[in-house]
Ligand binder design. Sequence first.
Ligand code: GLC
Length: 586
Amino acid sequence: MTQTQWYKDGVFYQIWPRSFKDGNSDGMGDLWGVIDKLDYIQSLNVDGIWFSPLYCSPGVDCGYDISDYMKIAPEFGGMEAFRRLLTEAHRRGLKVIMDLVVNHTSDEHEWFRKSRQRIDPYTDYYIWRPKKLNGRLPNNWSSMFEGGSAWQWDEVRKEYYLHLFAIKQPDLNMDNPLVREEVKKILKFWLDYGVDGFREDVITFISKEEGLPNDIPISGFSGILKYNHGPHIHEYLQEFRQDVLQHYDCMTLAEAPLVTPRRALTYISELDPKHHDIDMMIQFQCMCADCLFSDYIPMKFSLRRLKRAFRRWQTKLYGKGWNMLYLENHDHPRVISRYGSEKFRTASGKALAVSYLFQQGTPFIYQGQEIGMTNWRPPRIDMYEDVQTLNQHLKDPEKKRLRLYHRASRDSARTPMQWTDGENAGFSEHKPWFYVNENYREINVKAEEKDPDSLLNFYRKAVALRKSLRVVRDGKYKEYGWYSEKVYVYERFLSDAAKARNTASRENGDPEGQPSRILVICSFSENPMRFSMHRGISLQKAELLLGSYPEKETSKAKPDGSIILKPYEARVYRIRQSGQESQAFN
Ligand code: GLC
């Protein structure tokens, strides 16, 4: 089967099912609700949906603890609703990708229940270790969700099992060929069912170093150097690819904590099939402009850090591998509350949208991001649901960490989608499973639909523009003024070969042809600022393709080439003059 790389032209919308839309009035989001909102999703001009897990699960980690991989959970509508959803989505030209969570299962999965009783063939499906004579734990690895050891004693089997996440999420033993066969069965099952690909959850963790040696102690993360990008990772991913994935025109997207562009190219190389295990990687560097590796170690936001992350991925992957672009998902607080400004909510939301939507790669938009939802800040810790937050709290209940959780908890971005200013924000007619952010009266889809200058309508325009410009898909990236903490400026330009194709398109009836150069300017300042671009780029001659303020409020370029940018103003220009690439910025 030829793989057409359709994802290169696409923009995706991420749905975190329990908080998107309740269709059967039980207070929990479900697929009936999604079907109801497919027109809305389509109106965003996106091309596909990534669903966070929909499978049967006890829900300890909101679906990332799966107890049956081949069934859609009844609370989401079961297989019947999923079949409908798939048909309806495909009818609208929307692709559907699923979450594949195979580093671990739920401890309620049948495999685990049998494994703890040593029932074959499941005995070695998980990572079991006997008690050591000296009474020590098998090694010093820590659990990312428990704040303690990654080993749990099991009274039934009288052995420890490994869980890198919660106690109820035992790690699978991927070194066992039978487990890999199970993964392939899951992939095949859903691809045959009609899904278009997978987002693979912490997939770089699936191959643990032989002998499970101790790691250097790093609070909360000991072991990560021994199981991230482990010894057989490429072999296993290639096995999945060759035995299943390559026989379908599908896409794969791998979540990869700590990955660098250089390492990513060992997984996603487009130049060497031996290093093309998957199509794209979810890197975390763009999520670390205001924290040190984890949201729980916050720092002051630095635009320079954000730009450095963008620049690295844009330049190092160019022509060699394909980027995945995002600023929000279900694992991070809302981006306006982090990198933008709640005071300038709409303006900063637009600047953030422009900052990443015109880069090379496949962009993802997380539910609620398009209307500028902001962090949820409960008054009490016991209102949290997220296993990661709650366990941190249980470990140290005396510590007053509410402010940290407001900033770092994943629940900040998991409140129900705000559809209207009515009861329960229009999410459900029933009391929702989780708290609704109180600002729903002001921030909701209904209000933004009506306002031509809303963030929602801006997203629609920006996504449509992105998709109409070949330079955004194929062009090179060049950044200006990397040192500025106030403004982010980058150019995308087509190489000569691509320009020649462009001329052909002009001859084929498109009089102006496609732009071969665009310039993106995003202010990250709460104050108006004078901005000049010079040496080779004249903003006076440039054509404004997209501006984040209404036209009458958008300043024209002065004869000296400068413009006044309003707070968090963003613009996309078509650069007209030919000649050398411009070099400088002021
Ligand atoms: C990934 C998921 C996250 C989940 C974790 C364990 O990081 O995105 O939500 O809790 O893996 O499965």
